[in-house]
Design a protein around this ligand. Structure first.
Ligand code: FAD
Length: 475
């Protein structure tokens, strides 16, 4: 581990002010991990820059002292991406949280990286506009984190993920320069696409320009209950197969529904083995027809009941339930480990059967809440983190689930990123030549190897300690 020279911390304190440089171990604890439960590493320090120039100064100081640095937004990531490995410091962007402008005519917003995702839509709403990518963590997570993870959300089935909405970024490069990337119709390499999803390994984003959309004229929200996840999964494939592309198509199984009832008193059909939340949006003409078609497909695939959330209050309740589903799992287990795999939608029944088999073989319980329309699974393996033997089984079960996603023609991550958690699993998906190409790119962008090292690309032996502590509170 590289020792952070005292000189670096002293110079950062002079540049930013002592109150914006944390070194007290009791304060660093908060920055040991992100929202995942499985890893933690104590950073050497945490700094809170207030603007691009300060971020550049921090990066330059780190370079001069050979110290690693990692950007952090809200710390809701689920793959250990914002952890400071190699004795590095955390560059916390959450105080850079100003909305710099909303251009109503051009339908775009320019924001600092620490702006919360939901705050963009809240600010745009008075102009009849919204920001489409809506991670379930949107009340907390930041635009900087969203760009780094190319985040999705329930409504990205129809509206697309972050890369489809980012128009440009300002970036402090790993060598400490400030550059602008993106803009209308720029020829040359598409660096914006490269940076979106680079997980903070190619620089620190200090400003983001995003496209806004007009708030849809109408919305129809249906909640269909099924006896089991098999029938609900078959309905998902059939809805898409019928040529319908809903705005959102989400699934929750009976464990999640039970947890939501226990935690928040949301009253869902009690005999349901699985629920589908299906939302259509767009111009009013045609919406009733689309909702009726969705309901018909659900009934044809064994739905026990199809309800519609007609008022804004009913819709808000259904979506609040969906977005609080992860939090509600605290009612049924002390901890959970969320996997994030992708499979072709048509393989959902097969995949969910596999998840059940793996869980049963390891004697574990799993809750499923996920973006079914995208084939993006989130099996949450429930466990008690203090039980070391169970932890090992949880990790093995997670790895087996991931392997099967790849075997079915899917991928290692739908939206949570590779981070530290899945870097070794990259070899399941990519050949050594593919990985070498990525390494060369990374070396060219970050020759000093100090910008969020130890993430995304395989390293061989693991260098991350497994957390013995509960991380549930971080959620
Ligand atoms: C309950 C819950 C629900 C979730 N639901 C979803 C979902 O529906 N869809 C989804 O996609 N994700 C979801 N996530 C995962 C997570 O919220 C997203 O990955 C989110 O984008 C992370 O944002 P953050 O600000 O918390 O980033 P952090 O966790 O702080 O950081 C994540 C990564 O981004 C990098 N980073 C952060 N800021 C910058 C910056 N300014 N410049 C460069 N790199 C930066 C970090 O280095 C790190 O690698 C969920 C998480 C939780 C806990």
């Amino acid at each position: 581990m590289t020792a952070t020279p005292d000189a670096l911390l002293a110079s950062l304190a002079r540049r930013l002010g002592q109150d914006r440089v944390l070194t007290d171990p009791s304060e660093l604890v908060v920055y040991e991990a992100d929202g995942s439960t499985m890893h933690d590493v104590t950073p050497r320090a945490v700094v809170f820059p207030r603007g691009t120039e300060e971020v550049a100064a921090v990066v330059q100081a780190c370079l001069a002292n050979g110290v690693a640095f990692v950007a952090r937004g809200a710390g809701t990531g689920l793959s250990g991406g914002a952890m400071a490995l190699d004795g590095g410091i955390v560059v916390a962007l959450n105080r850079m949280d100003r909305i710099l402008g909303i251009d109503v005519e051009d339908r775009r917003a320019t924001v600092e990286p620490g702006v919360r995702n939901l705050a963009v839509s809240e600010a745009a709403a008075r102009h009849g506009l919204f920001y489409a990518p809506d991670p379930s963590s949107q009340a907390v997570c930041t635009l900087g984190g969203n760009v780094a993870h190319n985040s999705g959300g329930p409504h990205t089935l129809k509206h697309g993920v972050t890369v489809n909405h980012v128009l440009g970024v300002q970036l402090v490069t790993p060598w400490g320069e400030v550059v602008r990337v993106g803009g209308p119709d720029r020829p040359g390499y598409d660096l914006l696409a490269l940076l979106t999803g680079a997980e903070g390994t190619l620089g620190i984003v200090t400003e983001v320009e995003v496209a806004l959309r007009r708030i849809p004229e109408g919305v129809r929200t249906l909640l269909a209950s099924f006896p089991d996840v098999d029938r609900a999964s078959a309905a998902v494939s059939a809805i898409i197969g019928a040529g319908i592309v809903p705005a959102a198509l989400e699934m929750m199984d009976d464990v999640v529904v039970g947890a939501l009832e226990a935690a928040f008193g949301f009253a869902f059909p009690s005999d349901a083995g699985a629920l589908l939340l299906v939302e259509s949006d767009g111009p009013e003409p045609g919406l009733d027809r689309e909702a009726a078609d969705v309901a018909e497909v659900c009934r044809a695939h064994g739905a026990l009941d199809v309800r519609s959330a007609d008022t804004a209050a009913e819709r808000a309740e259904v979506w609040t339930a969906r977005k609080k589903a992860f939090g509600a799992l605290g009612r049924v287990a002390r901890h959970y480990y969320t996997q994030d795999g992708v499979i072709p939608r048509t393989r959902l029944p097969d995949m969910l059967r596999h998840v059940r088999e793996v869980a049963a073989r390891h004697g574990l319980r799993v809750a499923n809440v996920f973006h079914a329309g995208d084939g993006n699974l989130h099996p949450c393996i429930l466990f008690d983190e203090d039980d070391a033997a169970t932890r090992a089984k949880v990790l093995e079960a997670g790895a087996e689930i991931l392997r099967h996603c790849v075997e079915l023609g899917g991928s290692l991550t739908g939206e949570h990123g590779v981070g530290v958690e899945k870097r070794e699993a990259m070899a399941l998906l990519f050949s050594e030549s593919d990985l070498e190409l990525m390494r060369r790119l990374s070396d060219a962008w970050d020759p000093a190897g100090l910008c969020n090292p130890g993430k995304v690309l395989p390293m061989g032996a693991g260098c991350v300690e497994l957390s013995p502590r509960a991380r549930q509170a971080a959620l």
